[in-house]
Design a protein around this ligand. Structure first.
Ligand SMILES: [Cu+2]
Length: 386
């Protein structure tokens, strides 16, 4: 006869029990100590996130009630109808009444759950009567926000320093909201019904801000929508929630909700910044100015792929150091950065960088990483090339 060494009736099982209990405690205790993470869904700060929370709690309590009923019957039966008490199993095969009950009761429960769930879903999808619209475009790896009513548009990148700190535990610890911070926040007014339009410039991304109750895919070639009415001023953080390539974890979202007055002030500032940037593109720049600005642009817009030191990633992203394009004909270099390379991760930066930023980053590439070409590219040259 085959033997497995010990059967389930073996006393070994009882000897193992305390160890298993210890193991469970060891695994669970640290997470209990971090109770400030919370164990429930957050309620959020929008009507829709509150409704999602309410739905979650309703269904949770339905589950608890079912659990209590089922386990009470089980435990009662095990105690009062156990074999040692001489209980004999009842036999109710092919009882129409019982079969009807155990089909109809779960059906009724499912309908009870489906009604509120459908209501929330319909509300979630209804973006009518919006008071303002923000178009959100996912890029590898940043977000673009366009305030369609205000004609304001900008990119929101991972905050400075975070990318460089990824492999350095000490530096990471010293960074405020490491990987959850951006260089420019999406500022929104409170108590306004805001419609979001989501799309993508390259692959599928997903715009997810938990406290707003918004998680919507951003697909290239499609526009999805979602909405929020933020009820409390504050800072709400989120992330891209769709695996979108190498730096998927490096495209956080930060929403700053302000009162209407503060929001209006911010809008004014943004318009002034845009006007200043346009003026900056109209003058002649010195080499130093171009190099300083160029390094800044390079580190936020190019370093993710081409590397901080211009070495690229072999087999995926070409090095800028010693590149034929970067050290060769300026026109070809400008064209590559403006129009990108179709079908590759090299995107067209035409719509992302203004004349000064484009001129600066090209000048920087041509004079950094040992590419000492001495070439200067002026904003006016870029303007003419557009
Ligand atoms: Cu993404």
């Amino acid at each position: 006869m085959l033997s497995t060494g010990y059967s389930i009736h073996s006393p070994l099982r009882y000897k193992l029990a305390p160890f298993l209990l210890m193991l469970i405690l060891i695994v669970c205790l640290p997470s209990m100590a971090h109770a400030d993470f919370g164990v429930n869904l957050p309620e959020g700060v929008t009507p829709i996130s509150n409704k999602i929370y309410g739905l979650h709690m309703t269904i949770f309590w339905v589950c608890v009630a079912i659990g209590v009923v089922v386990f009470s019957v089980m435990i009662y039966s095990m105690i009062f109808h156990r074999k040692s008490k001489g209980a004999v199993a009842a036999n109710f095969h092919e009882s129409t009444a019982i079969e009807l009950v155990w089909t109809l009761v779960p059906l009724a429960i499912l309908i009870m759950i489906a009604v509120p769930a459908t209501r929330v879903l319909i509300d979630l999808e209804n973006t009518d009567e919006a008071e303002m619209t923000v178009k959100i475009t996912g890029y590898q790896w940043k977000w673009q926000y366009e305030y369609l009513d205000e004609k304001i548009s900008f990119f929101s990148n991972l905050a400075k320093g975070a990318r460089e700190a990824t492999r350095d535990a000490e530096k990471r610890g010293s960074i405020d909201h490491y990987l959850l911070n951006v260089d420019k926040r999406l500022v929104l007014p409170i108590n306004k019904r805001i419609r979001f339009l989501m799309t993508s410039n390259d692959v599928i991304h997903s715009w997810w801000v938990r406290d707003l109750g918004v998680k919507q895919d951003a697909n290239p070639g499609f526009i999805n929508d979602s909405w929020a009415t933020i009820t409390k001023p504050g800072i709400y953080r989120g992330q891209c929630a769709e695996l979108c390539g190498k730096d998927h974890g490096f495209m956080p979202i930060v929403v700053e909700a302000k009162t209407q007055e503060d929001y209006d002030v911010w809008i004014k500032e943004q318009k002034a910044i845009a006007a200043a940037a346009a003026a900056a593109g109209d003058r002649e720049w010195t080499k130093d100015e171009l190099m300083v600005k160029g390094q800044e642009v390079y580190s936020t817009s190019c370093a993710a792929c081409h590397g901080v030191t211009g070495q690229g990633v072999p087999g995926a992203f070409p090095a800028m150091a010693g590149s034929k394009v970067v050290t060769g004909d300026v026109k070809e270099h400008i064209k590559t950065v403006m129009d990108g390379r179709a079908g590759t991760a090299m995107q067209a930066f035409k719509g992302q960088l203004d004349d000064a930023a484009m001129a600066a980053v090209i000048t920087y590439e041509r004079n950094a990483f040992g590419n000492n070409t001495g070439d200067l590219v002026q904003p006016a040259t870029i303007k003419a090339a557009r």
